[in-house]
Design a protein around this ligand. Sequence first.
Ligand SMILES: N[C@@H](CCC(=O)N[C@@H](CS)C(=O)NCC(=O)O)C(=O)O
Length: 215
Amino acid sequence: MADYKLHCFAQSGHSYKAALMLALCGADWEPVFVDFFNGEGRTPEFRAINDMGECPVLVHGDVTLSQSGVMLDYLSKQFGKFGPKTEEEHREILRWVLFENHKLNSFQGIYRFMLNWAPEQARSEDVNRFMKGRSLGAMKVLDAHLATRDWIAADRATIADVACSGYLFYPREEFGWTEDDRFPNIEAWQERVKTLPGWQHPYDLMPGHPLGSNT
Ligand SMILES: N[C@@H](CCC(=O)N[C@@H](CS)C(=O)NCC(=O)O)C(=O)O
């Protein structure tokens, strides 16, 4: 049995953060497929492992965690990798983990869901326009931050970089991004992230892509 189990599904950028961290740390881990699009996250069985009803969930022995930022913090301590070296770095990492969770990945995740997978009756051009604007606004903030630095919170990759990776490596067409929606500093940073040993694309790390498949 693997040391770590990650309840996740391929399309989940929040899950990707934890899966990528496990891969970058060389952890002995296995994904547990959550059939999110068929409502598994709403079942009593799933709620029993996460009362918040969200993916990802990380299980390590007696420890069960939800919230990707908590998982990244936990794993950085378990493996002694991608963590802060100073209190100042700790604060800077936390600042970006909170930002990505509230603004960057939250808006991108919901925007992409609304575009691709929301039930017909829930779709709304107004909501999409709003979510697109909020997503692009957050990406603009990150792009400006990366104009003068290689990594987000320190002079090396930290869990802030893993956290901000959430939805950025999924195909651009899933967000309907056009050539007007380009962020050169984010794209250059993504190339650096891809060079980290163990990096993998979300659709190669987690089960469930394409939809209907759980392999
Ligand atoms: N803040 C959470 C967000 C997790 C999240 O929203 N996960 C989505 C899947 S990508 C989910 O399970 N949503 C279910 C819901 O909102 O009810 C984290 O960082 O782990």
